[in-house]
Write a protein that binds this ligand. Structure first.
Ligand code: ADP
Ligand code: MG
Length: 732
């Protein structure tokens, strides 16, 4: 048997199993071996209510209320009912024919409930049917996170449940059509074929020795069927190191390739730049100055820059981008006494592209520099022929012509920029704003437009933990803007309990009466389905706007903004808000990125428990735009201790990076959905809690490539990298 063999060739697979395997991205025997148990211990998984799925058997810790002994409506079956709450939601419990169960537990007790999650046919609502219930003293910390459940791990029951009498029962995440048990037996069957004897460890021996990691073979056995906890831990450590190491190898390889490319040498120094920056109505922060100098230095090297500029919201990244762009557009192409080098500036949304286009006009209007804008809804150019102080709409073909012949040195746009038809004459500098909103493919498309590779500046306000930055941005140099412009008053952030809603609205009214504006962020666009009685009653933008107008702020203009609006509609709402025609903008989190309206000094976040901390921080950043005192009111209907503790971090943290670290720790591995967000597995997310391990993996990857750039001594590594790549492509 070969690792690359398809599962179907070894196992008989039903259609529903095939679908489930696809969902888990499992195609080959190798994929199966890399599908690790999600935990070891209890048979049923401890879950948060919001993560429950129909049909599964789960354990939930929470508070029980509304206990009643009743009769089922039609059939007159005696039954007991109750409602279970945790930080994430609530779920009904029904005990058919056992009404007395509802009487055995005191109202509002903390309980552990274990049973089958069922679904009401009509409404789709989930409920526990006939679960076991017991009173508990405390709710275990880290419910839904921790790898090992202490409770019943070593009970006689779990021992008999494991076919091979392994001391720990391995539990794999399941999906409709495929059970944990199936995975267990399938993996054991493969391990018994002796295939392990034929495998070569992808990790070099010396690395295993140096970091005391178990070999590939041992680790596979330990991770799938550990005899003791420490074996499982060691095995997981090995695999998380392995994954981070492989990512690092890829990133470092890319970096080395990138550095072989030719680029434009731009020799502008600080004095030259000063001519530009002295016109700014403010002076640069030290962090901005350092960032600009770093970039100018890169420009001189002749190899393409690949840099990421990470700075909290409001730290002034645009000014850094504009200033360095000035150096580019005031430089001539090599050996030419006319024309200029060009800049492409890509934004994730049309609103932002327009905003940055306007910004660039204000920065460059005193210079003989044409600026273009390209989005899917049209093109503009500054200056207009008739009005030297304004921009004008032009046809796409006209714009493309001027970009191609170099007459437009600065082109701002959305991803419309990366279309093949957009050709530059001398593209020397590519800037990506809010880069986390773009994929790697889009980034590559932008920088590989022409033969000579432009310098790349990626900008992001998403504070991510250092471990993640080292891993995911391993191919980029990192500049951090860790300083806000002076005079910014910290945003006053308050957690608002439901009972204080009205007094908070009064405070907001006072602020609005002085002419300021306000954002109200809601987690949803539409009203939730009223049939879904237990659906989370998240506030929706549309309904909330209506409610506020009717009941709370009848005297103010209220606008609505969400992702489903057409671009033109979004734009006109934003215009109205910008012009002050709207005082209150009720919006989903689409305003999250980059929007800049200085007069908006209040932001209300509804259903805050539904957002991540880093995202909340970014939302809050919408009002960190000027020297006015700004306020952020965080509304939450959930009184859960964990929720409040997490939100309190928002009040206390000094910056986004602190919050990101907190999110990583607090939500725990896996919960950050590493796969969706960063393309790494749950096991690698475990490594990201461990800075030392990430640094070691990075160090070793660099060292290996320095010694052996083609990895010719490590054929297994090459194989492994290739199969990772294949997988990525296959599932895209
Ligand atoms: P971000 O880093 O979030 O993209 P922006 O570039 O949009 O931030 O800048 C936010 C605001 O701060 C803008 O209005 C900008 O003019 C202003 N600003 C930038 N740098 C400074 C500075 N050094 N001093 C004062 N204000 C500044
Ligand atoms: Mg910005």
């Amino acid at each position: 048997m070969q690792l690359a063999a398809l599962i179907e060739t070894i196992f008989r697979i039903t259609e529903s199993q095939r679908k489930a395997l696809h969902k888990f991205r499992i195609k080959t025997i190798e994929d199966l071996l890399y599908h690790f148990p999600s935990r070891y211990g209890d048979v049923a998984e401890v879950r948060n209510i919001e993560n429950l799925q129909k049909g599964e058997t789960a354990v939930v810790f929470g508070r029980i209320s509304n206990l009643k002994a009743t009769k089922a409506f039609r059939k007159k079956i005696p039954m007991g009912t109750g409602e279970l709450h945790d930080d994430t939601g609530k779920i009904q419990i029904v005990w058919f024919n056992q009404p007395y169960l509802a009487k055995m537990i005191p109202e509002d007790a903390l309980v552990r409930v274990e049973g089958k999650v069922s679904e009401r046919r009509k409404s789709g609502t989930l409920y526990f049917s006939n679960p076991k219930i017991e009173k508990v003293e405390t709710i275990p910390h880290e419910v839904g996170n921790s790898l090992f459940r202490k409770s019943q791990t070593l009970s006689a029951e779990s021992l008999t449940l494991t076919p091979e009498n392994h001391a720990l029962h391995s539990v794999y995440s399941e999906s409709r059509g495929i059970t944990s048990n199936w995975f267990y037996h399938a993996v054991q069957k493969i391990l018994k074929t002796g295939v392990l004897e034929t495998l070569t460890d992808p990790l070099p021996q010396e690395i295993l020795k140096k970091y005391h990691l178990p070999s590939f073979k041992t680790a596979l056995i330990w991770i799938h069927a550990p005899q003791k906890e420490s074996d499982a831990v060691a095995a997981r450590k090995r695999f998380s190191f392995e994954e981070v190491f492989l990512i690092q190898l890829e990133k470092q390889k890319e970096r080395r390739l990138w550095q072989k490319e030719k680029s434009f040498t731009i020799e502008k120094g600080e004095e030259h730049i000063a001519r530009f920056t002295k016109r700014f109505p403010f002076s640069f922060t030290n962090a901005q100055n350092k960032a600009v100098s770093g970039i100018l230095e890169d420009f001189r090297k002749g190899v393409p820059m690949a840099r990421i500029l990470e700075g909290d919201v409001g730290s002034g990244k645009t000014a850094v981008a504009a200033t360095t762009s000035y150096a580019v557009v005031t430089s001539r192409p090599q050996g030419q006494s006319y024309g200029t080098l060009q800049v492409a500036y890509m934004c994730p949304t049309e609103i932002l592209a327009k905003q940055q286009f306007e910004n660039f006009i204000s920065f460059f209007s005193h210079l003989p520099i044409n600026i273009g804008l390209i989005t899917s809804s049209g093109c503009r150019k500054f200056p207009s022929k008739v009005n030297p102080h304004g921009a004008t709409d032009i046809s796409k073909s006209q714009l493309l012509k001027w970009v191609q012949n170099g007459e437009i040195p600065i082109l701002v746009g959305t991803h419309a920029l990366i279309q093949k038809v957009v050709k530059f004459k001398h593209l020397a500098y590519a800037i990506i704003d809010e880069q986390h909103r773009f994929g790697v493919a889009q980034r590559k498309a932008l920088v590989h437009k022409e033969k000579i590779v432009p310098h790349l500046l990626s900008m992001t306000a998403t504070p991510i933990p250092r471990t993640l930055a080292l891993t995911m941005y391993g191919d980029l140099d990192l500049t951090i803007l860790d300083e806000l412009p002076p005079g910014r008053k910290p945003i006053i952030t308050e957690l608002i309990a439901p009972k204080d809603r009205d007094t908070t609205y009064e405070k907001i009214r006072k602020e609005l009466q002085t002419g300021r504006q306000c954002y109200i962020i809601t987690p949803r666009i539409d009203e939730p389905d009223p049939d879904k009685e237990f659906a989370v009653q998240a506030r929706s933008a549309k309904a909330e706007a209506k409610r506020l107008k009717e009941r709370v702020f009848p005297e103010f203009e209220i606008g609505v903004m969400h992702g489903k609006l057409k671009d033109a509609e979004k734009e006109s709402v934003m215009e109205d808000f910008k012009d002050g025609k709207i005082s209150i903008l009720v919006s989903t989190s689409v305003v999250e990125v980059g929007v800049n309206i200085e007069n908006a000094t209040v932001i209300v976040i509804e259903g805050a428990e539904r957002f991540g901390l880093a995202q909340l921080h970014q939302l809050r950043g919408r009002v960190l735009r000027s020297t006015h005192q700004a306020y952020c009111y965080v509304f939450t209907e959930s009184g859960g201790k964990k929720v409040l503790e997490r939100l309190r971090a928002l009040q206390e943290a000094k910056n986004g990076f602190e919050l990101a670290e907190y999110d990583l720790k607090f939500r725990g591995a896996g919960k950050l959905s590493g796969r969706e967000q960063w393309g790494v597995s749950d096991v690698a997310m475990e490594a990201l809690q461990n800075l030392k391990m990430v640094e070691a993996a990075r160090f070793e990857a660099k060292r290996l490539l320095e010694e052996d750039a083609t990895l010719s001594q490590y054929p297994f590594l090459i194989e492994h990298l290739a199969s990772r790549k294949k997988e990525e492509i296959h599932f895209e």
